[in-house]
Design a protein around this ligand. Structure first.
Ligand code: SF4
Length: 357
């Protein structure tokens, strides 16, 4: 018997399953991607939900599924159209990988998300978590998954006190997740219930243990150490970034530049942007290599990119006498909606034009 099997007795496992599943049946949130078990829909929603809040994802998911309702539709799309729909959601490499993976699913798997973990994880952007989510939720396979919510719930249930980025604690949590899903019967509900408990009850700082369906089975709670678990590495300090953005409009067109093909926000369009100060490598160019004449401040914006806390002042400006360097382009305002814009640029355009795109 392995150590994990010893820790999860049959009685305890049965009680955890009964408590959590009946709670989930009564309390699960009605989310758009839960209305279908289509693997494509599960895959898209799980990809969008990585590092992004549920409320933010909902409208993006709805628009994306309307525009690209099938794997084949996504595979056929231009990557720029995919980026345009992703604009504002951040972590744009996810959109590029989704698009690349859709092409591979059509080419190698007859348009159907693979059912085998190894094949699923061979797709761009599909890691252990996404594979586990699609296989369990869409295909009903008893595959475990581990995201931040599941990690927290399991670390508290079983009082896992090692640093979760270390191999020993990670392995322990993975074995616990695998043990609990094995033989559960309804892995789709089980995995979603674990995530739901973490998202709505067993929250990082203020777990609502009084409303928890399995409080009596939780070792962390019994020992009074639930808030200290899981043990996470220290967060890197936030970096303050100050920017100036320039909105240059002329004859129904806006001046934009496309970011390079590599690095952060690759391939997205942005307004002329100048980075005034930051403690480290620049997110944006230090100088706008354009001659611009500022015509007044439109306002200030705040935006966060990973740990960068950005404050940006937005100015209306006109193009100076030096003309237009080759990498800059005039884009008609009616085309803006179909472009992959950086989140900052989208906000600044909304501010400057008095309405959202
Ligand atoms: S008792 Fe508290 S710490 Fe334990 S699983 Fe429930 S909410 Fe989380």
């Amino acid at each position: 018997m392995t150590e994990v099997q010893e820790r999860v007795s049959d009685e305890r496992r049965a009680a955890l399953r009964a408590g959590l599943l009946s709670w989930y049946a009564r309390h699960k949130r009605d989310l758009p991607w839960r209305r279908s078990e289509d693997p494509y829909s599960v895959w898209i929603s799980e990809s969008m939900l990585q590092q992004t809040r549920v409320e933010t994802v909902i409208p993006y998911f709805m628009r994306f599924m309307k525009r690209f309702p099938t794997v084949a539709a996504l595979a056929d799309a231009e990557v720029d159209d995919v980026l345009a729909l992703w604009s504002g959601l951040g972590y744009y490499s996810r959109a590029r990988r989704l698009h690349a993976a859709a092409a591979l699913i059509v080419e190698r798997h007859g348009g159907e998300f693979p059912r085998r973990r190894q094949e699923a994880e061979a797709l761009p952007g599909v890691g252990a978590y996404t594979a586990g989510a699609v296989l369990s939720i869409a295909y009903g396979l008893e595959e475990p998954l581990m995201d931040g919510n599941v990690q927290r719930v399991l670390a508290r249930w079983f009082r896992v006190e090692g640093l979760v980025t270390r191999a020993a604690a990670r392995r322990e949590l993975e074995e616990l997740a695998a043990n609990l899903v094995d033989g559960v019967g309804d892995p789709a509900s089980w995995n979603q219930a674990l995530m739901e408990l973490g998202a709505t009850v067993c929250s990082p700082r203020e777990p609502r243990c009084g409303g928890c369906p399995v409080e009596a089975l939780c070792e962390g709670r019994a020992a009074g150490v639930e808030r200290a678990l899981p043990v996470l590495p220290a967060r890197p300090a936030p970096v303050d970034v100050e920017l100036e953005l320039f909105l240059v409009e002329e004859a129904g067109r806006v001046l934009l530049r496309r970011r390079g093909a590599e690095g952060r926000m690759a391939g997205l369009w942005e307004l002329p942007t100048r980075e005034l100060a930051s403690g480290e490598a620049r997110l944006f160019p230090a100088e706008v290599e354009l001659s611009l004449l500022a015509r007044g401040e439109l306002g200030e914006l705040r935006h966060t990119i990973t740990r960068h806390k950005i404050t940006a002042r937005v100015y209306r400006a006109a193009l100076g006498e030096d003309g237009l360097p080759p990498e800059w382009a005039w884009v008609g305002v009616e085309e803006l909606k179909g472009l992959g814009l950086t989140g900052m640029t989208k906000k600044a355009l909304t501010l400057g034009r008095g309405r959202s795109l």
